[in-house]
Each structure stands twice: as structure tokens, then as C-alpha cells.
Design a protein around this ligand. Structure first.
Ligand code: NDP
Length: 602
């Protein structure tokens, strides 16, 4: 069959059966419990390799207007949008040694952003920066984070290599008491949490890890001291090393071709192949993106958001594989939203999806010389089951004689480590260095895991309050009983593949809440009725995608094969509609969350 040709009913039936059996090979009874967090005895996997010597400083006992927990793009955008509203004392508290969040931690060789830099990098209109490449290298993005921090003077009050350990509402002062692992205990009128969603490195449960005598680290803590080189490559330290990489997700696909250039031998331990589409990275002259027009970046990212949210849009400014996949989304989303017409939409989606996946499998055949190897690298699931990836060098790396693919699907992943190697299917593969490209705990923001305890009015513990009936918020940001606390992230609001855009809308909203409370001399706190109404909105049109995820290969999209979490977790009509809803609410109803202060101002 040629690529993109409509598959016949017989071919579709055969594909369905193949997808089912490939899923069965991979589902594990232990689901997400198969993973270990990088803490306690595995804590060294999460240590900061970039911060240098810890700088001693006396603990702080002062007071700020806003404490922002997290110095990634969420925190930086909150800081920037607060500054635009004239807020003076803004203190970002960040676990890493500098700003950047994901882009501070992920410096592995080959690291790039998968989403076009002109829509991904925030505040381009405001800072005047125009990215050089269509898909920016990680270091450019990290430098942009620093640029934003400098432009909005966020270094002045920032705390680095510092974790917030508790947030406690002081009713006598109408302030939050912010405690940290560096002994700080300072007051903040408002707290904004921006602790990220894919931040905690996770590791496979690894029998024998204590026995392994080789070197080992996670991709989000790359050890250039050991490998030499930089994100561009040149890892001379690997010239005489047998290296193993576990994992072939979005990170693995970027890092594997770079390590293949420098290692004496590379073993790639694959469990589920990713879909790897065309990258076509190139320099983009400013004129090409219309960067001479005011507001160009805002218009471009709105256009991108509409397309990837399945909204009608005539022009495609970014014109890449994300926006091309919008044609698939247009067929899939209605099948989630209109259960009665599901079969009809699903059938149309299935045909389009099969054509797309056939195209991607044909790409493997065309790129990998060894036929058996090519077969092992082919993805057998529907396109939207797993995060798509993009590379023009990934498949070619497997044509190199010193690169070996080890398929671990039948053993549900690597089985164990010995002193010198990795065991799969009874064979031991000798390695000097083992690198985990095994991803991150999903949705594990510090507040929701309990790592950052939050006590509101009357000492109420946020997680305790939520334990019985689930999380309760208004728009995902604010919660009754927890005044002046604004949570950024993906809980009970709307998300998108261009997450920095979502974070910017959230930051604008957070800054507007703070400004409104300041102007009114009030606290920000939604009523229980407002929370109930929001939960009802989430439930009313909640999309039914359980059937889709139940047929998908396991991964973090479907809780390792167990389906999506129960209950509505997101706004059902997508990010574009959510942003419009927020803008309307700010214009017409923001006063609803303003309540009188209890404490008398001193
Ligand atoms: P993922 O969770 O996507 O991938 C983890 C990989 O490790 C999978 O291939 C998984 O296999 C494999 N794995 C896990 N346990 C084992 C085991 N026991 N034995 C063998 N293999 C195992 O993590 P990533 O870091 O790749 O990506 C996480 C997310 O980060 C992405 O989905 C994306 O959202 C983001 N990202 C974004 C980038 C960008 O450019 N914007 C770049 C990189 C990441 P299996 O699939 O079978 O579970």
C-alpha cells in the first residue's frame, strides 16, 4: 500500500488486531507502580549537576507582596505579568540553581523544543527576541528564560537552590508564611504556585541497581563531567565506553543519535517504539515569520493554538507536523464530545489515523537498512495514543554498526542490572554507563503529591480537604478556604501541546486577580458555590475518551494502560474556549472572588 492511500476494510481489521496484540504484550499488572521516584536511596538521580557549590546565605525573615513557587516559564510569566501590573516585591523560589525549569534541568545532548520556537518562547513581542531556528536548541530557550527574568527584574528577590517546604495561612496577618529547606520563613500576601507537571524524574523499578558498578544518571541531570562535550555533542568521554540508554520517548529520540555519534558502543533498550515524524529544522529569517510587525508572536501562537485545538482556522502560519495532525484531531475530538455519533466519527478517524501511521511506518522502512531491525522500530498503535516525536537523524543512527537495538517488549522492560550489565530475556548486555531516558512522574506538582503541604484557614490541609470528594477549585486556580493562593498548572483548566502559551494565559489571569484584590483591598477566595458551579461545568460536557485510551498501548497518557483518571479533570471545550471564558469572567465577574480582609492593616 502506498502511503496516505485510504486503507481497505481488511487492512483496517488487520491493523486493529495488530494494535490489540501489541498492547497486550506491554500491559503490566503493576501499572504506574512499576516506577520508582528519584528520592530516598535513588535521590542521587535528582541531584543538581549544574548548580556548582552551594552558596551559604542567612535564612530570610522578611515580607514580600507575592511569593512564586517555581522559576520555570510558569513562575517567570507570573513574575512578568505581575510586574506589568506594577507589583513591586515578587520573590520566585526555585529548586534549581537558576531560572528555566524544564530547560534548566534538561540539557542532554540534542535537546530541542519540539514545538516551533516562535510560538513556544513566551514574551517575544515584549522582549524583542526573534528565535534563530524553527525548533530552538534547549540552551537558547534557557537563555530566553534568563532574558525574561532580567527584563522584568526577577533576579533581585529570587531564591535559588531552595525548595518551599510548607505554606501556612496566618489569619491574624492575612499573609502566607512561606517556609523553605534553607531555613527561610518569610511572609507573602499572595502565593502563586508554578511547580510544573513533568518535573520529577522517574526510574523503572530496577532490581540489582545497588549491584551495578557502572556509571548511571537520568537524562534530566546529564553528567557532562563524565561524558564530556555539550548539548551539541563532542562527548569525548564516551569514546571508549559501552553506553546503554533505557527509553525511546521524546527525550530518547533526541538523545540517541547524539550518543551514537560518540560512544564506542550504544545499546538502546526499547520497550515501545515512538512514532518519529519529519523534523525539517532550519534557520528562519525574521522576515519569514513577520517579526517586523507589532504583535507578530501573539498572532502566530493564537493561530497555532486554534489549529492544534481542532478549532476552525483558515491560515496555517507554523505549517509543521503538529498543525498537519490537526486534520486527525478534527475527526477524533467530535468522537469524544458527541458520544451518540461516536461510531461515525471514529470510523473516519480510524481511516485517517491508519494512513498517517502507515506513512510513519513506511518512513522506518525507507530509513533503516536491516529489515528485521526496521520492523522492530515500527510503532503499532494509533497516532494520538503516545506523544508524537520528530527527528531526521534517529533512524539513521541504527544503521551504524556500533548501535544495537534491544527490544524489551516481551519482558516488559529491562529485567535487572548486574554488576556490569543489563539483563533482557536472559541475555546480559555489558555496559559501562547506563542512562535513563525514562521520563517523569506525571502531574506530580508538589502540592498534589503532598511534598509541599498547604494549610489554609483554620489550619485546614489542602489535600485533606480534597481527599474525600476530589480536588475543588474555581477555574483550577483558586480554592475556598485558601485565600490569596493561586495555582498554575493543568488541574481543572485547559491544556495544549504549546504549554507555555497556556501558562502565559494563566499568568495574565493570576496577575489580574492580584491587581483586583489590591485595588479593592480584599482577599481572593472563591465561595463553595463558585467551586460547585465550576465542577458542574467540567462535568456537564465531559468528553468520553475512556474507550480510546483503553485501546492504546500503555504510557503516561493512559496511566500505563489503565485508562484516564476518573472524573472530569479538564475544561471540556479546549484551551481556546477556556481562554475566552477567562477573559469574559475577568471583565464581568472578577469581584465574585473578592472577600473582605480579616486582619486590620498595621
Ligand atoms: P516518556 O515517559 O515519554 O518515555 C519514557 C521511555 O522510557 C518510554 O520509551 C518507556 O517505554 C521507557 N521505559 C520506561 N520504563 C522502562 C523499562 N523498565 N524498560 C525499558 N524502557 C522503559 O519520557 P520522555 O522523557 O521521553 O518524555 C516525557 C515528556 O516530556 C514528553 O512526552 C514530552 O511531553 C516532554 N518532552 C518534550 C520535548 C519537547 O521537545 N518539547 C522533548 C522531550 C520531552 P514505554 O513507552 O513502553 O513506557
Amino acid at each position: 500500500m502506498t502511503t496516505r492511500q485510504a486503507p481497505s476494510p481488511e487492512e483496517l481489521a488487520a491493523l486493529r488486531e495488530r494494535y490489540r496484540s501489541e498492547r497486550e504484550r506491554r500491559v503490566r499488572p503493576d501499572g504506574a507502580a512499576q516506577y520508582r521516584a528519584a528520592e530516598a536511596e535513588f535521590g542521587y538521580f535528582a541531584a543538581d549537576p549544574y548548580a556548582g557549590e552551594a552558596v551559604e546565605r542567612p535564612p530570610l525573615r522578611d515580607e514580600v507582596d507575592v511569593a512564586v513557587v517555581g522559576g520555570g516559564f510558569g513562575g517567570l510569566l507570573a513574575g512578568a505579568r505581575l510586574r506589568q501590573r506594577g507589583v513591586r516585591r515578587v520573590r520566585l523560589v526555585e529548586r534549581g540553581g537558576d531560572f528555566g525549569g524544564t530547560w534548566y534541568w534538561n540539557r542532554y545532548p540534542g535537546v530541542h523544543c519540539d514545538v516551533e520556537s516562535h510560538v513556544y518562547l513566551p514574551l517575544l513581542d515584549e522582549t524583542g527576541h526573534v528565535p534563530e531556528w524553527k525548533y530552538a536548541p534547549g540552551e537558547e530557550i534557557r537563555r530566553h528564560a534568563v532574558r525574561v527574568a532580567e527584563r522584568y527584574e526577577l533576579y533581585a528577590d529570587a531564591l535559588f537552590s531552595t525548595s518551599v517546604t510548607s505554606l501556612t495561612w496566618d489569619e491574624n496577618a492575612d499573609r502566607w508564611l512561606v517556609a523553605t529547606d534553607r531555613g527561610d520563613a518569610f511572609l507573602a500576601t499572595y502565593v502563586i504556585t508554578a511547580t510544573g507537571t513533568l518535573t520529577e524524574p522517574k526510574l523503572p523499578g530496577i532490581p540489582g541497581v545497588e549491584e551495578f558498578a557502572g556509571h548511571t544518571f537520568h537524562t534530566s541531570r546529564w553528567d557532562y563531567g563524565y561524558t564530556g562535550g555539550s548539548p551539541e555533542g563532542g562527548m569525548t568521554g564516551l569514546a571508549d565506553k559501552r553506553v546503554g540508554i533505557v527509553g525511546t520517548g521524546a527525550t530518547g529520540v533526541q538523545v540517541i543519535p547524539k550518543v551514537a555519534e560518540d560512544a564506542a558502543h550504544l545499546y538502546v533498550f526499547q520497550r515501545t517504539p515512538s512514532s518519529v515524524d519529519v523534523r525539517a529544522n532550519r534557520r528562519t529569517p525574521p522576515a519569514e515569520v513577520g517579526a517586523d510587525r507589532p504583535g507578530w508572536a501573539r498572532a502566530r501562537r493564537e493561530n497555532f493554538l486554534r489549529l492544534v485545538s481542532g478549532e476552525p482556522e483558515e491560515n496555517d502560519l507554523v505549517d509543521d507536523r503538529w498543525t498537519a495532525s490537526a486534520a486527525l484531531l478534527e475527526k477524533l475530538l467530535p468522537s469524544f464530545r458527541r458520544p451518540r455519533e461516536r461510531r461515525e466519527y471514529e470510523a473516519a478517524y480510524e481511516r485517517a489515523d491508519a494512513a498517517k501511521m502507515n506513512e510513519l511506518r513506511a518512513r522506518v522502512t525507507a530509513s533503516v537498512e536491516d529489515r528485521e531491525l526496521a520492523e522492530a522500530l515500527k510503532p503499532w498503535y494509533r497516532y494520538a495514543c503516545k506523544r508524537p516525536t520528530f527527528s531526521d537523524t534517529y533512524y539513521a543512527a541504527f544503521n551504524r554498526p556500533h548501535v544495537t537495538l534491544v527490544d524489551t517488549a516481551d519482558t516488559h522492560g529491562i529485567e535487572r542490572l548486574t554488576r556490569n550489565g543489563v539483563v533482557v530475556g536472559g541475555t546480559t548486555y555489558p555496559v559501562d554507563c547506563l542512562i535513563f531516558a525514562t521520563g517523569f512522574s506525571v502531574g506530580a506538582s508538589d502540592i498534589h503529591t503532598g511534598r509541599l503541604p498547604v494549610r489554609g484557614r483554620g489550619g485546614a490541609d489542602l489535600l485533606e480537604v480534597w481527599r474525600e470528594r476530589g480536588p475543588r477549585t474555581l477555574h483550577g486556580f483558586t480554592a475556598h478556604g485558601f485565600p490569596n493562593l493561586i495555582q498554575l498548572g493543568s488541574l481543572q483548566n485547559a491544556s495544549s501541546v504549546n504549554f507555555t502559551h497556556v501558562l502565559d494565559e494563566q499568568a495574565v489571569h493570576a496577575a489580574a486577580l492580584v491587581a483586583a484584590a489590591e485595588e479593592a483591598g480584599a482577599l481572593i477566595e472563591p465561595s463553595r458555590a463558585a467551586e460547585d458551579a465550576w465542577l458542574a461545568t467540567l462535568a456537564r460536557d465531559a468528553p468520553d475518551h475512556a474507550w480510546f485510551h483503553a485501546e492504546c498501548t500503555p504510557g503516561y497518557y493512559n496511566r500505563e494502560g489503565r485508562g484516564r483518571p476518573d472524573g472530569p479533570t479538564a475544561y471540556p471545550h479546549g484551551a481556546v474556549a477556556f481562554h475566552a471564558l477567562l477573559a469574559r469572567w475577568r471583565a464581568e465577574r472578577i469581584d465574585e472572588v473578592l472577600v473582605p480582609r480579616r486582619a486590620r492593616e498595621s
